[in-house]
Design a binder for this molecule. Structure first.
Ligand code: SAH
Ligand code: SF4
Length: 389
């Protein structure tokens, strides 16, 4: 199969290699990379530092295709969920979350216990394509973009809308960078203050080539610690990511503290059992001041009992982790029968971890009113199961 042209996904050294193969000086490669990612120009014609003939060749042989924003839904809290169409027509979603210090600090325990403000307004129709409120004018203010790494997810977790809708293709590195780019342009921000989390559609560790290439590009404009990659525990891929000189933060979706419960909600447990996932986490070379995030979707009657919390504490003993408990985002259409625990059950679970010295945050999902929440991203507007019926 022919390698797809992926200009936005090329690192500086990748560009240097391309230019060398074209018989051009290597430094031109760095110039092109800088033009694309530091100056954020999306048209080679604007790179006046390059000879005209080279600009023309780039336009002809390395065309830049950005994802097209086809849907935009803004939540009252300022989060914006974007539907994007890739160049082959595949649909994905990305989410902009303003003003948070980091994704894990965004949803402090206290937030989850705040009185429910009731349903939030949803913008639909014409208002949905209105531009969102511009980000803060303070360039220091942090914000997060949640990106998709695949157009679906074959891991098939029972509680995840993306998973219920089935597998998709891998994104190219440039498509991942393109998602970030499209959101930045839409909200009028530069990468200043940006955090990136791979928590959108797909399993990043099942698309390691493109995710690693995207990390290579990102790390030239962002410190590695501002990027978090979340995996359902694809054990063989840990080593590759661990071997990086500059590693992103690692988040692992355990979602259960014993193998049997995990297997009942995550079929991947049969291929990559909990014990192996924990061993891979222990082997992860953790920088000082960092912790591995353990994601734990709280599902009523499945994994939210005090005994589950106690088991989780035992499982994580001696590991530098923080637990991000995520009360299930319900979806009666795609996740019928799965329920979010009651607020007291959520509190009880989190308090149990805290009592035993395990740091925990309870994630108040961003943008639940627009289904921008974790595990709610679908990309498609149609349920393929309906078609097959
Ligand atoms: N595939 C990767 C990253 C994308 S999913 C992973 O599983 O880690 C990102 C997070 O959303 C995961 O922690 C997952 O457990 C969580 N999630 C999925 N469906 C959810 C739902 N319905 N409610 C709350 N969190 C959910
Ligand atoms: Fe895939 Fe993550 Fe959803 Fe599981 S939770 S189906 S791994 S996207």
């Amino acid at each position: 199969m022919e390698t797809p042209v992926d200009p936005l996904g090329l690192s500086a050294s990748g560009w240097e290699a391309v230019l060398e193969s074209w018989g051009e000086p290597r430094y031109r490669g760095r110039q092109i990379f800088e033009s694309l990612h530091r100056h954020r120009r999306r048209d080679y014609a604007l790179a006046l530092e390059l000879p005209a003939a080279l600009r023309a060749r780039l336009a002809a042989e390395m065309p830049i295709r950005l994802p097209e924003i086809v849907r935009r839904e803004e939540s009252r809290d300022g989060s914006v969920k974007y539907g994007m169409r890739l160049s082959d027509g595949a649909l994905i979603e990305a989410v902009f979350m303003p003003g948070f210090r980091s994704f894990s600090e965004a949803n402090e325990f206290e937030d989850a216990r705040a009185p429910d403000a009731g349903p939030l307004p949803i913008e639909t129709g014409e208002s949905a394509v209105r531009r969102p409120a511009r980000g803060s004018t303070d360039p220091q203010e942090r914000f997060t973009i949640c990106v998709s790494s695949q157009t679906g997810c074959a891991v098939d977790c029972a509680f995840c809308v993306t998973g219920r809708l089935g597998g998709g293709r891998n994104l190219l590195a440039g498509e991942i960078i393109g998602e970030i780019d499209a959101v930045l342009s839409d909200v009028g921000r530069s990468p200043e203050g940006l955090r990136v989390v791979f928590m959108g559609m797909g399993e990043p560790f099942l698309n390691p080539d493109a995710v690693m290439a995207a990390l290579d590009v990102l790390q030239e404009v962002l410190p590695a610690r501002r990027v978090t990659v979340s995996t359902s525990g694809i054990t063989p891929a840990f080593e590759r990511f661990a071997a990086r000189e500059r590693r992103p933060n690692l988040a692992v979706s355990l979602n259960a503290a014993d193998s049997e419960i995990r297997a009942s909600i995550m079929p991947i447990e049969r291929s990559y059992p909990l014990a192996g996932v924990l061993a891979a986490m222990r082997a992860w070379p953790l920088e000082s001041h960092r912790r591995i995030t353990v994601e734990y979707v709280l599902i009523a009657g499945v994994n939210d009992a005090p005994a589950d919390a106690d088991r989780l504490v035992r499982l994580l003993a001696g590991m530098r982790v923080k637990v991000n408990a995520i009360p299930l985002n319900e979806d009666p259409t795609y996740l019928p029968g799965w329920k979010r625990p009651s607020e007291p059950a959520i509190d009880r679970f989190a308090e149990r971890l805290t009592r035993d010295g395990v740091p925990v945050t309870v994630r108040r999902s961003r943008g639940p009113d627009t289904s921008a929440a974790c595990g709610q991203l679908k990309g498609r507007t149609e349920d393929p199961r309906r078609r097959s019926r």
